[in-house]
Ligand binder design. Structure first.
Ligand code: KG4
Ligand code: ZN
Length: 357
């Protein structure tokens, strides 16, 4: 019997330097042998957001150490690796290039295949590291740069059902946090503050809630938080605003998920009703609860990656690498980084003023 494929994944699309080793398994669920993530929070904190050049420099400084750590933790040697997969896009080009070039060089020196991975596909397939999941399934991807409902028909085969017409959900969390005086990255801290607040204290808008199918809009919500935050005098009011903001997001996701279920069933009625929620914001426990509620009401099986697999990581990149490896879907060493790379390449661009939905 041939040995189970061993894949190295490398991720440097934004502000996390990450490397992982996973191994295919007869159970159908690959084993994560190591999954090392080094965040750059301290590098970017004082600027209130990610500074591309500083991020790229930090990746250059860390990448070999992180890859070495991933190898050591996996107890495998470089020669055991069957393929090297790295994020090729979307993301910051100066950051993507670091991981991509490192992976290409490694694959050349080992004489093993190189595989370029779409970061978003990594999020889309991340639950497959923990559960068996057949195509097709419905995906809600909620991260710092994206908020989309997609029908996942197969590897590299996506149909977008809805997207944001302005801010991504993680971006909305981070901007609201900034307005509340919370240090970058504020999204996860809103969840902590919200625990101490009254979710019904402030009434915030839910843009395009009754129109636009399962498309989203979050920019108006941020403007409302801006107005209220300038009137806030006490810490308790700050907690109340954080809780009201999060509660409004939960209600938007509840409503739009219902619309997405209906649209998904129109095209996939004969298949199992599987629903994956992935990306950094999927770590939010209240959001998880609300999405579980609407999924149960519609008899959809909902899957969330564990918390360590929600945010950016390299195990999810290796997961896509493994599926591509099995179908011998390798890339040439000429592959360039792609700062913009949609999962559904036929989907219309839906951002900016004057967008009609
Ligand atoms: O998937 P991810 O790690 O990176 C991207 O690909 O963008 O997502 C990061 C985003 C950030 O905007 C962060 O604030 C948000 O996910 N996030 C959260 C939580 N944890 C991370 N937002 C709300 N609640 C959380 N617990
Ligand atoms: Zn991500």
């Amino acid at each position: 019997m041939s040995k189970n494929a061993l894949i190295m994944g490398i991720e440097t699309s934004c502000d996390e330097t990450a490397a992982a080793i996973i191994q295919d398994d007869s159970s159908g669920i690959p084993k994560i042998l190591s999954n090392i993530v080094s965040s750059q929070f301290d590098v970017h904190k004082k600027f209130g957001g990610v500074v591309p050049d500083l991020a790229a420099r930090a990746h250059v400084e860390k990448i070999d150490l992180i890859v070495k750590k991933a190898l050591m933790k996996s107890k495998k040697s470089l020669n055991d690796i069957d393929a090297v997969a790295a994020t090729a896009g979307p993301g910051l080009i100066v950051c993507l290039s670091v991981g991509l070039n490192f992976a290409k060089a490694l694959s050349l020196s080992l004489n093993k295949p190189f595989i370029g991975v779409n970061h978003l596909e990594g999020h889309a397939l991340s639950p497959k590291l923990q559960t068996k999941l057949d195509y097709p399934y419905l995906l809600l991807l909620i991260s710092g740069g994206h908020s989309q409902f997609l029908c996942v028909n197969g590897l590299g085969n996506y149909k977008r059902l809805g997207t944001t017409i302005d801010d991504a959900l993680g971006e909305a969390f981070d901007k609201a946090a900034k307005l509340l005086g919370i240090e970058f990255p504020g999204g996860p801290k809103i969840e902590i503050l919200a625990k101490k607040g009254n979710p019904n204290k402030f009434k915030l808008p839910m843009p395009i809630i009754n129109k636009g199918g399962c498309n989203f809009s979050f920019a108006g919500l941020k403007t409302a938080v801006l107005k209220i935050s300038s009137t806030i005098k006490t810490e308790q009011e700050k907690y109340d605003l954080a809780a009201s903001f999060q509660n409004t997001i939960e209600r938007i996701l509840y409503k739009k998920t219902q619309v997405a279920f209906n649209e998904y069933l129109k095209i996939n009625n004969n298949y199992s009703k599987n629903f994956v929620v992935a990306g950094g914001v999927a770590a939010n426990k209240n959001i998880r609860k609300k999405i579980e509620e609407i999924s149960n009401e519609n008899k959809f099986n909902v899957f969330f990656p564990s918390l360590d697999l929600c945010g950016d990581n390299a195990a999810m990149i290796a997961m896509v690498g493994l599926e591509k490896f099995k179908s011998k879907n390798f890339d040439s060493h000429d592959l360039e980084a792609r700062p913009r790379w949609q999962l559904d390449e036929n989907a219309k661009f839906l951002k900016g003023a004057g967008v009609k939905i």
